[in-house]
Design a protein around this ligand. Structure first.
Ligand SMILES: O=P(O)(O)OC[C@H]1O[C@](O)(CO)[C@@H](O)[C@@H]1O
Length: 324
């Protein structure tokens, strides 16, 4: 059973009353998509605290704030991931409200008591109907209901209308660059992916899902601010960096990383959301939409690598193959 996100959060708000804590939890790629919502609440809310954590961590070490007055947003693409299902059950037991997103209408996460939003995941699915868009839709409504001083509601709605067009244009724009990147770097022994703000999630996802899981490439993700607190000592002309440059207040950290890379590195790829058109969305909120653009970039770059490296994106040796 699927719910409309806006109606679901209204129903929850009527039942629960004031929300004090928003938890966002899942595993892997689904967890990545929840981070912008965490960042949004952390930046915008005057009445709520947000928490972003792995589903397993939520159950092995539950927060004292996981109780009535908490909203837990979960995502599981396949809908049956054990850790995520257990996190949803624990949240309900503790009296928290849950919203569960899944692509699989037959899954545990789509059952009636899961308050599910079943999303489509086709090439032409609009960004506002994908998990990152659904989370922002839910939280934008929640902010409007709970915080009379919230002024960004309309700007976010406008962003949700524009995001899909921006993402599609950006994918066309970088197509050639992804091929050139793959030609140059297909055999690279190690990569660093750097980002910050809401887009830090996409540095994480680019690394753990697109390159480690799907290409078996050694790499790690870095926060642009943290780059200067240790990792920059590895910088030289041999190491390869991909820098995701977002917008908003966090951008200064990405700019600082770029300045350093220009001076001391030789191999770096800059993916800049501004150059890719994100500023068509109001600047007060466009940072929350950069991760949609960056996710599409990870797909474009990993596809370029797949083709050049002849390593299918779907090939696994452990995940879903052996016991773990
Ligand atoms: O979104 P689901 O179905 O819970 O699956 C999570 C799994 O899928 C991935 O996101 C992608 O394969 C993994 O990172 C993770 O183990």
């Amino acid at each position: 059973m699927s719910n409309r996100p806006e109606e679901l959060i209204k129903k929850i708000y009527e039942e629960q009353g004031k929300i004090n804590d928003v938890f966002l939890t899942a595993c892997g790629g689904s967890l990545v998509d929840l981070y912008p919502g965490y960042y949004f609440i952390n930046s915008e809310s005057e009445t709520m605290h947000s928490h972003w954590l792995t589903a397993r961590e939520m159950t092995v070490s539950p927060s004292k704030f996981l109780k009535r007055g908490a909203l837990v947003i979960l995502c599981s693409h396949g809908g049956n991931t054990k850790e995520t299902v257990e996190a949803a059950r624990l949240a309900k037991e503790r009296g928290a409200a849950i919203i569960t997103m899944t692509h699989n209408p037959e899954s545990i996460c789509a059952q009636e008591d899961m308050n599910s939003v079943v999303y489509s995941w086709e090439d032409d699915t609009n960004e506002r109907e994908r998990p990152q868009g659904i989370v922002i839709r839910v939280l934008n409504e929640l902010m409007k209901m709970q915080e009379p001083g919230y002024t960004k509601y309309e700007a976010v709605l406008d962003g949700l209308e524009k995001a899909d067009g921006i993402v599609r244009a950006a994918v066309k724009k970088v197509q050639n660059r992804t091929w050139v990147f793959a030609e140059k770097y297909f055999d690279e022994p190690f990569l660093y992916i750097i980002g910050s703000g809401a887009s830090y999630s996409q540095a994480y996802g680019f690394s753990i899902c697109s390159l480690q899981e799907m290409q078996w490439m050694d790499c790690c993700y870095l926060h642009s601010g943290e780059y200067f607190h240790g990792p920059f000592e590895c910088t030289d002309e041999d190491h390869l960096y991909i820098l995701l440059m977002g917008t908003g207040k966090a951008r200064v950290m990405d700019e600082r990383a770029l300045t350093f890379l220009k001076k001391y590195a030789k191999k770096y790829e800059v993916i800049d959301a501004v150059e890719l058109g994100i500023d068509a969305i109001d600047e007060s909120v466009n940072e929350y939409f950069c991760p949609m653009v960056f996710y599409a970039m990870t797909v474009a770059y990993r596809t370029g690598l797949q083709d050049k490296r002849r390593h299918p994106l779907d090939m696994r040796r452990y995940m879903g193959v052996v016991e773990y």
